[in-house]
Design a protein around this ligand. Structure first.
Ligand code: FRU
Length: 577
């Protein structure tokens, strides 16, 4: 009896195991013409796993259930070789008939027929999608998508002890497409948990960048403390839509009267909302062509255009995108000023994407820049700092920013596959003055101090260098290198008041002609301490006093494990967890 029970248990466990790892090939695939295929699936498993080959063109996919199109997306269906799989969730259609309709572009590969594509042999349903890391460049203490492509951080807010970070996600490939808001949360502002995709494309378009606010006083009527997001619906035109969440940002309901804001401007996007206590109303800033439009609202649904800023101001060598607007104290003055963030692509100081900003006054209606129109200010002097925006409702009046750590010049080509793109470490923003001008100060958020582990004698793939500069009489030259003769050279030159980073020999640079670069920053005075954050594929250098920030990607063949510091400096290296 005992034995019988035991074997039954073992057998049950075996079947459970089989169930969780079960995979079934999709066998019913009809080739309907030379660019059209139809697969029929009756799913008993959670995911459809679609084989992807990145060098192919996008095919258009429709998922059809009960004769309704329940999902459309574009994916680079594998022709000769499978780079990776992407998951299509089937939970809602268990036991039903699901049709997968795939139209290939006419200019699909010239040799071979659609029926011979390798994808058909490997198209399968599965109970699991394996997100175990396969990438040597996946960072330890920076946010990345578990799989797929990521660009801008979106809708960031803090509520009840949790930081929420949404991001431009492609769940069906590791290059830009199918824009969806992915969602990650963190309790420490550094280590993130993926919560799933929160806002998905709909009939109005894919979901481009935007913001979210905590509506503490229920001004919109969606509930006290509801989280209200506004994003750009990228359809035939760009319009703004809202969605609300009553479960702390986990799930969103799209507002029935979307879109809430339209215009006949082609580049009309990236709305950033915030509560303005000065006017006891909401403000919204969004990119409208080569300007930033500013609106106000009492209820987050109806918006009044107040003014536009930007004509003739700053850099206009690219598209103005992803704005933000906030009031900040000016260090040591007891005064406050307004900071207007304007990400621009291309037109950055070293080519491609970068974050410019303006300082001035704002009365809830009009932003007035205090600098001469021809003045251009950059928040970060690296090549990989873009789409920078701040969290809503951060504690202690903090303004915490996160940037997308890439550049549109090569973001789709960087040498990773399972995922592509990384966010910067969080940074606290402030203002300081130098020579009659006010600049933004950028310091690594204090939460990063908690990551420090043991001091070590050598740099590791995830560490922080703290370099105390003891003399301002000659340059400090900091060289990180490995046994492959790959190196990154950072130079602080007190006489010229510059800091530079040379990544021309940093490792794999071959994926783009535009990757090799030496970036140079003004230091606005002397630097007495530098903090340099290294994490697998990135180097972020800061003047601890906040007057210089530089963010660059690097792809060394092996981690940099050697550090030399020339000059009069004392260096401490911390491993970071
Ligand atoms: C900036 C950007 C935004 C847009 C989003 C689309 O990187 O171009 O302007 O909303 O990316 O993914």
């Amino acid at each position: 009896m005992m034995n019988y029970k035991k074997s039954f248990l073992i057998l049950a466990c075996f079947f459970m195991l089989l169930q969780t790892h079960a995979q079934s090939k999709v066998t019913e695939i009809n080739q309907l013409s030379d660019n059209h295929s139809l697969a029929r699936i009756t799913p008993h498993q959670r995911y459809l796993l679609v084989p992807i080959e990145e060098k192919e063109d996008y095919a258009a996919l429709k998922v059809i259930v009960d004769n309704q199109i329940v999902k459309t997306f574009n994916a680079k269906i594998a022709v000769d070789h499978i780079d990776y799989f992407v998951p299509v969730a089937l939970d809602s259609y268990q036991g039903k008939q699901v049709l997968l309709d795939i139209t290939f572009p006419n200019n699909r590969r010239s040799t071979g027929a659609v029926k011979d594509f390798v994808a058909w042999k490997e198209l399968k349903t599965s109970d699991s999608f394996d997100t175990t890391n396969r990438e040597k460049y996946r960072p330890v203490y920076h946010h990345t998508p578990l799989w797929g492509w990521m660009n801008d951080p979106n809708g960031m807010f803090y509520k009840d002890g949790v930081w929420h970070l949404y991001f431009q996600h492609n769940p069906y490939g590791s290059q830009w497409e199918n824009m969806t808001w992915g969602h990650s949360t963190s309790k420490d502002l550094v280590h993130w948990t993926f919560e799933g995709d929160a806002i998905r494309p709909d009939a109005l378009g894919t979901i481009f960048s935007g913001s979210a606010v905590v509506d503490k006083n229920n001004t919109a009527g969606f509930g006290n403390g509801a989280v209200v997001a506004m994003y750009t619906s990228a359809g035939a035109s760009q319009t703004q839509s809202i969605a609300y969440s009553t479960d702390n940002g986990k799930t969103f309901t799209k507002y029935a009267n979307n879109p809430v804001l339209t215009a006949d401007i082609p580049d009309f996007r990236d709305p950033h909302m915030f509560w303005n206590e000065d006017i006891k109303a909401w403000n919204l800033i969004l990119a409208a062509g080569q300007e930033m439009n500013i609106y106000s609202s009492k209820d987050l649904k109806h918006w009044t255009l107040e003014s536009s800023f930007g004509h003739g101001y700053g850099n206009h060598d690219g598209v103005w995108e992803c704005p933000d607007l906030m009031k900040l104290p000016v260090n040591g003055t007891g005064k406050e000023k307004w900071l207007l963030i304007c990400n621009i692509n291309p037109g950055g100081p070293f080519g491609g994407s970068a974050t410019q900003y303006f300082v001035g006054s704002f009365d809830g209606h009009k932003f007035i820049c205090e600098s001469k129109p021809e003045t251009t200010k950059w928040m970060d002097y690296g090549k990989d700092h873009y789409a920078t925006v701040t969290f809503d409702n951060a504690p202690d009046n903090r303004h915490v920013a996160i940037a997308w750590m890439s550049n549109w010049q090569y973001a789709n080509q960087v040498p990773t596959m399972q995922f592509r793109s990384v966010n910067s470490v969080p940074r606290d923003l402030g203002l300081f003055t130098d020579g009659g001008e006010t600049y933004v100060s950028v310091v690594p958020s204090k939460e990063l101090l908690a990551l420090r582990g043991a001091k070590t004698g050598k740099p590791t793939e995830a560490c922080e260098l703290v370099i105390n500069i003891k003399s301002q009489s000659k340059p400090t030259v900091i060289t990180l290198s490995n046994d492959k003769h790959e190196q990154v050279v950072m130079t602080y030159n007190p006489k010229e008041r510059t800091f530079s980073m040379d990544r021309t020999q940093s490792g794999n640079t071959a994926f783009s002609d535009m990757f090799k670069a030496t970036t140079v920053a003004p230091t606005h005075g002397t630097i007495s301490q530098l903090r340099v954050f290294i994490d697998k594929c990135s180097i972020e250098a800061f003047d601890t006093a906040g007057k210089m920030a530089m963010t660059n990607l690097v792809f060394p063949t092996n981690p940099y494990d050697k550090l030399t510091v020339k000059g009069t400096a004392r260096t401490v290296i911390y491993t970071l967890k």
